[in-house]
Every structure is written in structure tokens, then in C-alpha cells.
Design a protein. Structure first.
Length: 386
């Protein structure tokens, strides 16, 4: 580092030498972008490894790693443009000697990054007009398709919640109806047993039997509909919250990734402004390790962001499929159960068609036992006066 007059300031980080051979793609590229180099920075380093490129598929190179030589030729003193031309002019495989940067991601998660994450969280909660008035951009947040998917999931949750409330009301109503049928069955049974007229007695007993059939059909309906509550509750209180938790984790990683992106831009702007003034910038003159650390943290946050995004999309897809299949199944079960209940009730009452009922009023059901005959003194006095 004598050429630059300053010693490297590695900020406590270490490097380890390595070599990798990369075969260029059809576009004559290995898939990396380069930063640093002459005349201001003593080293050349990888800024980004692009997806689905030879470097990314190989997996050995990462953001922040220093490039030492290409095909045995030292890159010391080169500009980043010269290094790029050297790689492009290489035929076949490109042999890259590099110094792997070993950095603790926690070291890059500074208070500045935490505050940037907080800002992103606040901005996401604002509407567009408020964010614009404050000069804050919501584009990268609002354009996220997962935001819309989450809103759709919230609406689906409201549908399930309403369906659960409706099923509960129906269960309560049918349970009350079953109790009424039971009481009618008991009353008609007593009347049928005590009715002296044979045809009327048979009719009341059949009425009693029909109402008890109604009660059985009602309880069968309740047993069929009750599992609906458990199924709907599982979706509403387990599947949806679990997906929301995954989305919250995804959002946290997304905000962290965006924070590192913003930090990189701020450091780039700082470097450009010092270069425009032809003033030295300490971190650049001493190897730009702070910047390289942020690049590494950004790459790792981006990998985690992509992984969680994939997981969330898969969960939402499975949840959507389950929702479609489940809601159809639940509605079919509901309709078929209610239909079966009414069919059984109709069949029961049709089989016990006993109209007209003949009752001998001179010896009616109101005179089962002469000694227990109803006696009202006021009614007797009124009758005698007439």
C-alpha cells in the first residue's frame, strides 16, 4: 500500500486467499460487477454477483471479495474498466485469484441500518399522498405483489369469519328446534296414550313419532355441520396467522435489504462527491473495507429476501388452493346436510299422514280422569247465574 501512502484499515476483518476458474457465458461474461481500483482505491473488489451467471452458479465469489489477479496477471494499479476489459479479452476459462472477505454480518448492522429499517416500516404504513408530501418513496414497497396478496388474504379471512358466525347461528337455531320437536313429541305421546278414541290415539302417537324423527334428523344435521366450525377455525386461526408470520419475517428481511441498498447508494454518492472535489476519502484510500462490508451484508440480505419471498409465494399459493377447495367442500357439505334434513322430515311426515283426525268431544282428551276434572269456582258461579 506504499503507492497510496496509507495502510489498509480492515476494521478487524480478515481475508483468505483463494482461486476459482470460471467459464464465461454466451455473452462473454462471468457475471460480476467491479468496484475500487486506481487512482483512489488500492484494491479492486466485487460489488455484485449477478444471478444465474457463471460466478453465481459457482458460488465461491461474493460481494466484497478482492480480486488479486486474472489468469496469473496481477491487477494491482488497474482501474475497474481495465480489469473488466482484461476479463472480457480472456479466452475460454477465466482463472481468478481473490482474497475472500470474512466479515461478521452483525458488524455491518449498524444503528444507521436499524434506523433505515424503521423508516421503511413507517413509510409502508403511509398512503401515497402522505409519503409524497414528506418526500419519501413508496414505489418499491407498493409495487410488491405480496402486499396485494396479503390484502386478498385479509378479505378471505373476513369471509371465513362471517361464515363461521352464520354456521354458529344456524347450529343454535337448529338445536332450539330439536328441543321444540322433542317437547312436541313428548306432549303428543302423552295425548296419544290417554286419548280414548282409537283413531285419534293412533294419530297423536304417529305425530309423536314424526316429531321424534324430526329431532333425530336435527341432531344428525348438527353432527354434520359442527365439524365445519373446526375446519373453518383451523384455516382462520392457524393457516392465515402462520402465513402472516412468514410475511412479517419476509417484510423484516425486505426492509433490511432495502436499508443496505440505500446505504450503498449513500456511500457511492459520498465517494463521487469527494472524487469531484478531488479530495481523499479515508475509507476508500485504505481499502474501502467498510463499503465492502456493507456490500456483503446487502448480498446476504438479498439472498435471504429471495428465499423468504419464494417461501411466502409458495405458502400463499397453497393457501389459495386450500381456500378454493375448502370453501367448495364446506358449502357442499352445508347444502347437502340441510337438504337431507328437510328430506327426512318431509318423508317422516308424509309416512304419518293421519288427517282427518276423529275426536269424540263428549269423551275427549280433556277428561282423562273424572276425579281430576278441572274445577273453577268463579266459572261455576258464572255458569249458574246464566
Amino acid at each position: 500500500m506504499d503507492d497510496y501512502g496509507m495502510e489498509e484499515d480492515k476494521l478487524g476483518m480478515t481475508t483468505l486467499s483463494g482461486t476459482v476458474a470460471l467459464k464465461k457465458d454466451d455473452k462473454n461474461l462471468v457475471g460480476i460487477s467491479i468496484g475500487g481500483g486506481a487512482p483512489r482505491c488500492p484494491c479492486l473488489y466485487i460489488v455484485q454477483v449477478f444471478d444465474n451467471t457463471p460466478a453465481a452458479l459457482n458460488g465461491q465469489l461474493a460481494s466484497g471479495d478482492e480480486i488479486v489477479s486474472i489468469n496469473g496477471r496481477s491487477v494491482k494499479g488497474m482501474t475497474k474498466s481495465q480489469l473488466a476489459k482484461t476479463i472480457q479479452s480472456s479466452k475460454g476459462e477465466v482463472k481468478v485469484n481473490y482474497n475472500k472477505l470474512h466479515a461478521d454480518p452483525k458488524q455491518g448492522k449498524t444503528l444507521d441500518i436499524v434506523l433505515k429499517k424503521l423508516k421503511h416500516r413507517l413509510v409502508e404504513q403511509m398512503d401515497s399522498s402522505t409519503a409524497d408530501a414528506l418526500g419519501l418513496s413508496r414505489a418499491i414497497l407498493c409495487n410488491d405483489v405480496l402486499v396485494k396478496r396479503l390484502q386478498d388474504m385479509e378479505r378471505t379471512g373476513l369471509v371465513y369469519r362471517g361464515l363461521m358466525q352464520h354456521v354458529k347461528k344456524i347450529l343454535k337455531s337448529y338445536f332450539g328446534l330439536c328441543k321444540v320437536h322433542r317437547e312436541f313429541g313428548d306432549v303428543f305421546s302423552v295425548i296419544g296414550v290417554r286419548e280414548p278414541h282409537e283413531n285419534a290415539s293412533s294419530a297423536f302417537l304417529k305425530f309423536s313419532e314424526s316429531h321424534r324423527d324430526f329431532e333425530k334428523a336435527g341432531f344428525k344435521l348438527l353432527k354434520t355441520l359442527k365439524p365445519m366450525l373446526s375446519d373453518l377455525n383451523t384455516y382462520l386461526n392457524k393457516a392465515i396467522p402462520d402465513t402472516k408470520l412468514t410475511i412479517r419475517k419476509y417484510a423484516d428481511v425486505k426492509f433490511e435489504y432495502l436499508s443496505y441498498c440505500l446505504k450503498v447508494k449513500e456511500m457511492d454518492d459520498e465517494e463521487y462527491s469527494y472524487a469531484a472535489l478531488q479530495e481523499p476519502l479515508y475509507r476508500v484510500e485504505t481499502g474501502n473495507y467498510e463499503y465492502r462490508l456493507v456490500l456483503r451484508c446487502r448480498q446476504e440480505a438479498r439472498c435471504m429476501f429471495a428465499k423468504l419471498r419464494k417461501d411466502v409465494m409458495e405458502k400463499l399459493e397453497l393457501l389459495d388452493n386450500k381456500h378454493v377447495q375448502d370453501i367448495v367442500f364446506q358449502l357442499q357439505r352445508f347444502v347437502s346436510a340441510v337438504s337431507e334434513y328437510h328430506n327426512e322430515c318431509d318423508k317422516s311426515i308424509s309416512n304419518n299422514d293421519v288427517f282427518p283426525i276423529e275426536v269424540d268431544l263428549s269423551n275427549s282428551t280433556f277428561e282423562y280422569d273424572k276425579k281430576d276434572r278441572f274445577n273453577d269456582p268463579e266459572y261455576d258461579e258464572e255458569a249458574a247465574g246464566n
